[in-house]
Design a protein around this ligand. Structure first.
Ligand SMILES: [Zn+2]
Length: 363
């Protein structure tokens, strides 16, 4: 007899262009729709939504949140009172897909930053001519000096008291020995209390006054200098700068005006606190041991410097210094002590007079 009853609704499955008449029934908390092919569609009442712009109250159009296409058009509003969430917003499928696309795009950019740029940087570092490195280094040193000045008015001062400069030059010559890297490095002291030193592309090595103040004698400064020269010789700073600049460039593309002062600060920060790979650090340490030993300077001085840093800051990072990155200072101290030759007679890296002059290089 049901065939004679007027259809109370039309079901559109989303594929067929026309709807089929159905008699909706409520069974517990489910709306049941018996289709012509004998199958039954079950929509939980709480998951049914009314499509808002199907305005006609006489023919409300419903959908189920988990089926983006199917529609049910009712002949009257009889069942609506049993459906508690008709007006609740649910994340539409389309928007979910959009979010997924956006996430995929972000992931692709992250991949570019994380993978492609280091790869490019490593290859670029090989191709970039020495003059290019020099320009890159000069520019970043300028940014760093600007970034570190607390008044924001003048770049941070380069210490240039002539006796101190002469003493520093003699130290580089003393370290240089047979390898003669004097043409490859430009060492300068910046007037800042940070206990740190770093290398930049183009052979710039920068020591902060704070490191000279904190050093227990000239050999510790010599050891740090030798370590930084090790980075210069393996061109670690060039690769690092290209990576940082590349990443910041991509961030600039993404965020537009991000590429202003913030990027420069970020770049400066990254270069000062350069987190080189463990291999790069170990390589620079090894280079330093060789240079120091060859110059007749106690290679254990590098360990001494690390030790006083560890006593001050602990073994972990957190201080803006690339010395405090991996490998842990304790391991490096042990390694440095192991290089000391018990039969050697080591000489101080500088005369007392030169050491005093270096300590006063900032005036
Ligand atoms: Zn290093």
């Amino acid at each position: 007899m049901s065939g004679l009853m007027p259809a109370r609704a039309h079901y559109f499955d989303g594929d067929a262009p026309v709807g089929q008449p159905v008699q909706p029934e409520i069974s517990g908390d489910t709306l049941e729709l018996k289709l012509e092919d004998g199958s039954t569609i079950r929509w939980p009442l709480s998951e049914i939504r009314q499509i808002s712009d199907s305005a006609a109250k006489t023919n409300p159009m419903l959908r189920w949140v988990n089926d983006p296409l199917a529609r049910l058009v009712l002949k009257d509003a009889k069942f609506l009172r049993d459906m508690p969430n008709l007006r609740r917003r649910s994340p539409p499928k389309g928007r979910g897909r959009l979010v997924a696309w956006a996430l995929a795009a972000v992931a692709a950019v992250a991949l570019q930053i994380g993978l492609l740029i280091p790869l490019l940087a490593d290859n670029l570092a090989v191709l970039i001519p020495p003059e290019g490195e020099r320009v890159l280094g000069e520019a970043t040193l300028g940014h760093i000096r600007d970034a570190l000045d607390e008044t924001g008015l003048n770049p941070l001062e380069v210490c240039e008291v002539s006796k101190g400069k002469a003493a520093l030059e003699r130290l580089v010559t003393n370290l240089s020995g047979k390898r003669d890297f004097r043409q490859d490095v430009t060492v300068s002291v910046l007037d800042h209390e940070m206990v740190n030193a770093f290398a930049l592309p183009g052979g710039f090595v920068v020591i902060f006054r704070g490191l000279i103040d904190a050093a227990d004698g000239p050999d510790e400064v010599a050891a740090v200098l030798a370590h930084e020269i090790g980075h210069v010789i393996s061109r670690d700073p060039t690769r690092h700068a290209l990576r940082s600049a590349g990443s910041i460039g991509v961030l600039g593309l993404l965020f537009g005006d991000f590429a202003g002062g913030a990027a420069v600060l970020l770049l400066a920060e990254r270069l000062i606190s350069a987190q080189y790979s463990q291999g790069a650090e170990t390589g620079a340490d090894t280079f330093a041991y060789g240079v120091l030993s060859q110059a007749g300077i106690n290679p254990g001085a590098l360990g001494d410097m690390f030790e006083s840093m560890r006593d001050k800051h602990g073994d972990s990072a957190g201080v803006t210094s690339h010395f405090l990155s991996h490998p842990t200072l304790s391991e490096r101290i042990t390694a440095s002590r192991a290089v000391i030759d018990p039969d050697a007679t080591y000489e101080p890296s500088m005369s007392d007079e030169d050491w005093a002059a270096l300590q006063n290089i900032c005036g």
